[in-house]
Design a protein around this ligand. Structure first.
Ligand code: BES
Ligand code: ZN
Length: 404
């Protein structure tokens, strides 16, 4: 048998599904150990040494096949036993899961930016216009939905509300369009606002946050999940960026996209769908920033840059942006240790991403994924989220207006 035939035979052999209705997950070592300890039904279908971006060489990523009805139980175990120290990526098919497992490393980025800061005259006055009260208002409105779960009617309504809100902000601005992005296997749509660039429109900067929420402690579709910090705070931060850019008639040279992702809480499904779509359409994504949990100040420093599943050069650029535009703020570094939010979906497709976080990892908001993740439990303020929103605005405008 020649090598190709052998490879094909192996592929066929490993493709035989063990369960009638299978789901495909990629997980880290800690998660696999925990799931086995708790006796979950699963089959390990492959593994890969060293996660891209991971700091520790001993880490492995595992491809699991699990029966569909085991999924909610697995999510429950991970929440109870590991709190937030272990996530999973959900994949629609075995082929996609294998691609995620093996094809992670090739950089997709076509344009590498220079990361030179040179637009103070535009950026400084724009940041001064940004206001805590607007961010607070969006957090309060979004957390008033019963939940924003990806299959619930409330989650669908929240997506529609966001589209409407962004459309209103963009009304009278011919350079800005707002659309929903439909996902094949669930009702909640992602929302995308596009500010088209003037002369390098093919080059794209992405600011993202997830619009869904989850209550992992009780039954799903009608469970109360305000998700005020996780992640209404991120969506509110993006909304404030859009408000000031639109009201000042800002026109970038590159295209800026603001994305509210659907279905993050169930395995980064919305962002994976979009990142994969952009990659297959060869979209020249220059940089991606994720805001996920920005309004609970749990540590001594203001902003913690997540170092794994992100781009070191772009993280350094963010630090420089803080020094330049938000010099009173302090920046720390921490790591998630797993694919903890949507930035990891872009990273997996080879794009440069960053994820600034509200606290050091162990000191983030303890109320997330419960009915207690309310605005009041972020001390009824949005001053912390405003810092991240300003950082995102500076990121979008500096990369968006870069000369070369
Ligand atoms: N916002 C969280 C991620 C997070 C939580 C980061 C705590 C840092 C500290 C995110 O929405 C989430 O819950 N992610 C899942 C993983 C995802 C792949 C389902 C998690 O952390 O368990
Ligand atoms: Zn989140």
């Amino acid at each position: 048998m020649n090598r190709h035939a052998l490879a094909a035979a192996i592929l066929v052999a490993t493709s035989t599904a063990a369960f009638a209705q299978s789901n495909w997950l990629t997980v880290g070592e800690t998660v696999l150990v925990q799931l086995r300890q708790d006796g979950h039904r699963l089959t390990v279908r492959g593994n890969r040494a060293v996660l891209p971006g991971a700091q520790s060489v001993s880490e492995h990523i595992y491809l699991l096949e699990v029966p569909a009805r085991e999924l909610p139980k697995i999510a429950g175990t991970l929440h109870r036993k590991l709190r937030h120290c272990g996530g999973f990526m959900h994949h629609a098919s075995e082929a996609e899961a294998r691609r995620a497992l093996e094809g992670l490393s090739a950089p997709q980025q076509l344009t590498r930016p220079s990361y030179v800061i040179a637009n103070q005259a535009t950026v400084t006055p724009m940041l001064a216009q940004m206001e805590e009260a607007h961010i607070a208002q969006t957090i309060i409105r979004l957390s008033s939905f019963v939940n924003r779960y990806y299959t619930s009617v409330h989650g669908i309504e929240a997506s529609n509300w966001l589209r409407g809100t962004w459309q209103q902000l963009a009304a009278n601005h011919p350079g800005i369009s707002v659309v929903q992005f439909r996902h094949a296997s669930y009702g909640q749509q992602s929302v995308i606002a596009t500010i088209t660039g003037s002369d390098k429109a093919a080059q794209v900067i992405v600011l993202g946050a997830h619009l869904d929420s989850i209550n992992i402690t009780s039954g799903r579709a009608n469970a109360v999940a305000p998700g005020a910090d996780d992640d209404a705070s991120g969506i509110a931060g993006l909304t404030e960026v859009l408000r000031v850019l639109a009201s000042s008639n800002y026109r970038p040279r590159r295209t800026i996209k603001l994305i509210g992702y659907a279905a993050e809480e169930v395995g980064l499904r919305g962002s994976q769908d979009i990142a994969r779509n952009f990659r297959s359409n060869k979209v020249d994504v220059v940089g991606v920033l994720q805001l996920d949990m920005t309004n609970f100040q749990g540590s001594g420093k203001d902003i913690y840059l997540i170092s794994d599943y992100t781009d070191a050069g772009q993280n350094q650029f963010l630090s420089k942006l803080v020094d330049t535009y938000l010099p009173t703020l302090t920046v720390g570094v921490d790591r998630c240790g797993y694919a903890c939010s949507d930035h990891a979906a872009w990273h997996a497709e080879g794009f440069a991403t960053s994820m600034p976080f509200e606290a050091s990892l162990g000191q983030g908001n303890p109320a997330i994924h419960t009915k207690h993740d309310t605005y009041a439990n972020s001390r009824g303020q949005a001053a912390h989220a405003l810092k991240f929103s300003r950082m995102a605005a500076a990121f979008a405008m500096e990369l968006g207006s870069e000369r070369d």
